[in-house]
Design a protein. Structure first.
Length: 565
């Protein structure tokens, strides 16, 4: 059942090891360890629940985020992937958060921060009589600290750095990653408000405000900043943008403050000191045949959702929190994020091209189903276990009692989709063939997408010639004898018009209470005008954030690089 890649990754990063490197468990035992750990809080039918959770993981129908797989059952096992920490305008807060981030990274989690409270570069510092270094200097400091704290030796910490669009240092921030190799451990995003988007539309002035004095430091045209963001993103893929007002319209606990940041890949907006546990359903496992035709198995999906929601809620109760503040917030709000992987492969199996309105419609229907059933499952848990502590102060009150402040996120599934042997998250196939550097022997090997190979075999088109042509480019679009409908079905990420990348993100975001992590992959030839249009449409579509990648704009890392780091 597990692919060769999956076994390699499990051996290198997930299976328990002795100090001398000897592997101490099998993949089956890993899933047992996790299932047993998260059932310790079950008061009834404990062994049945352990079996149910084990089966969902061992059948690769549902997988929790990597830290849960790596750390469950270990002493002080930290199980969450996502955190946000505060950065206040003072050295003590900056270094306190740096220390806490190191502890989180060491335990396998990733952290996001908004640096906008820091006074701008060159501003006065009363304690020393000198001038301040500004947020970008501290961003660099966090980046190099991350470099040296490997996550338990298994993967490097990931960070999200945000600066709001009215900060005086915003221009420097926009270009902070433009030099190849800078801020490698950070994703950066500009925090954008509705006012700013309106000012861009109206070609109006925009004030940059010193957060220390609250005084306007400079006034510029909003469009100037917008063009800088677009230009930099076109050149390097960075910065992304996040829409703070859209995020806060969905903030489930506004009484606890405004949300200013997301986790590293953007799928979870969080308050300071909040964490979130993610898990993803493998959509390739919810297919069945009716009259010989593959269709979605909605009944199986429904039952997996309720198992997954219970699993993730159990993770909150059986988690070891690295900081007391994080424990307090996380157990008060009980945020979880159930999402999906294998969306592109599901569409291919159903014979629906990714760049079609049918695909977008099905995406919306599927995510609505997942949201409705996730909320039903969380409500059933509230009946059994009680609501989250701050429910009465949340936007869920006075609706039916619910156990979790949020239920859904679409995570990138950078490693767990490799373990499950399917396509990432809701992304189209990146390529039909690609080079993968083996993590154990460091050998490079060529790989082909298995669904593509099966389809070619079925059509009688699988031969050395086809293989060689596909290995060369990773695509079938240039091969004359491949039928048009097959070409359509097997379009890869760069070959999908951006309009459909956006429409898929929109379809899934519509029914996701947290956010959707997605990269809008673009061909090299895309214009600045198009990038600007994409960013504007993202706001109009109600997306919570957006990231683009233009082919060739930076050296593309080996596929699944994050899992090898
Ligand atoms: O597939 P996996 O569970 O390993 O993770 P993912 O879905 O690719 O990423 C989910 C979240 O894990 C990210 O948004 C980060 O918060 C965190 N992460 C991290 O801390 N370090 C990494 N190297 C990769 C992901």
């Amino acid at each position: 059942m597990l692919t060769e890649n999956s076994i390699q990754i499990l051996k290198a990063r997930y299976l328990l090891k002795r100090e001398d490197g000897k592997i101490l468990e099998t993949p089956r035992e890993l899933f047992q360890r996790v299932a047993q750990h998260v059932t310790i809080i079950e008061t009834k039918n404990q062994s049945q629940w352990a079996d149910t959770f084990f089966n969902a993981m061992a059948n690769l129908e549902f997988l929790p985020n990597s830290p849960t797989l790596m750390n469950a059952g270990l002493e002080n096992g930290q199980l969450s992937a996502c955190f946000v920490l505060p950065v206040e305008d003072g050295l003590s807060s900056i270094f306190e958060t740096l220390k806490n981030a190191a502890l989180i990274h060491q335990s396998g989690g990733g952290t996001g921060y908004n640096f906008s409270k820091l006074r701008p570069k060159g501003d006065q510092v009363s304690a020393s009589g000198g001038v301040s270094s500004g947020p970008i200097a501290f961003l660099k400091l966090y980046d190099s600290a991350t470099e040296h704290v490997k996550q338990g030796g298994r993967r490097r910490g990931a960070n999200m750095g945000i600066l709001n669009v009215d900060h005086p240092d915003i221009r420097e921030f926009i270009y902070a990653k433009s030099k190849e190799g800078s801020l490698e451990n950070f994703n950066i995003s500009v925090g954008i408000t509705d006012d700013f988007m309106q000012a861009v539309k109206d070609n109006a002035d925009w004030n940059l405000v010193n957060p220390r004095t609250k005084k306007v430091q400079k006034t510029i045209r909003a469009v100037q900043l917008w063009d800088a963001i677009v230009k930099s993103a076109w050149h390097t893929g960075d910065p992304g943008i996040i829409f703070l007002d859209t995020i806060n319209r969905d903030n489930p606990t506004p009484g606890q403050g405004r949300i200013e940041s997301t986790n590293p890949c953007g799928e979870v907006p969080l308050l300071d000191y909040e964490s979130c546990n993610l898990g993803s359903l493998n959509l390739m496992k919810v297919l069945k045949k009716e009259d010989g035709k593959p269709i979605v198995d909605w009944a199986k999906l429904e039952s997996l959702i309720s198992v997954a929601i219970r699993f993730l809620d159990n993770v909150i109760s059986t988690n070891h929190y690295v900081l007391p503040q994080i424990k307090k917030r996380s157990t008060n709000n009980r945020k979880i994020g159930l999402g999906v992987m294998g969306w592109a492969e599901l569409l291919i199996s159903l014979g629906i091209p990714y760049d079609s309105d049918d695909a977008v419609r099905l995406g919306e229907q599927l995510m609505e189903f997942i949201k409705v059933k996730s909320y039903e499952a969380s409500r059933a848990l509230a009946k059994e276990r009680g609501t989250f502590a701050s429910w009465e102060q949340s936007i869920h009150y006075p609706h039916a009692p619910i156990r979790n402040a949020t239920c859904n996120s679409i995570a990138p599934t950078g490693t767990i989709s490799v373990i499950a042997g399917t396509s990432y998250s809701i992304e189209p196939l990146y390529a039909l063939a690609f080079k993968r550097v083996g993590i154990l022997e460091n050998k490079t090997q060529m790989e082909l997408n298995s669904i593509f190979v099966s389809e070619m075999k079925l059509l009688g088109l699988w031969n050395e010639k086809t293989k060689a042509k596909v290995l060369e480019t990773g695509s079938v679009q240039h091969i004359k004898y491949i039928p048009v409908d097959v070409k359509r079905l097997f379009k890869t990420s760069m070959e999908i018009p951006w309009k459909y990348h956006l429409l898929h993100q929109k379809a899934f975001q519509k029914h996701t209470d947290n956010a959707v992590s997605k990269t809008i992959n673009l061909p090299k030839t895309v214009s600045l005008k198009d990038v600007s249009k994409i960013y504007k449409m993202a706001w109009e579509y109600g997306l919570k954030g957006i990231t683009i990648y233009r082919d060739g704009s930076k050296e593309r890392q080996v596929l699944q690089k994050c899992s090898f780091e």
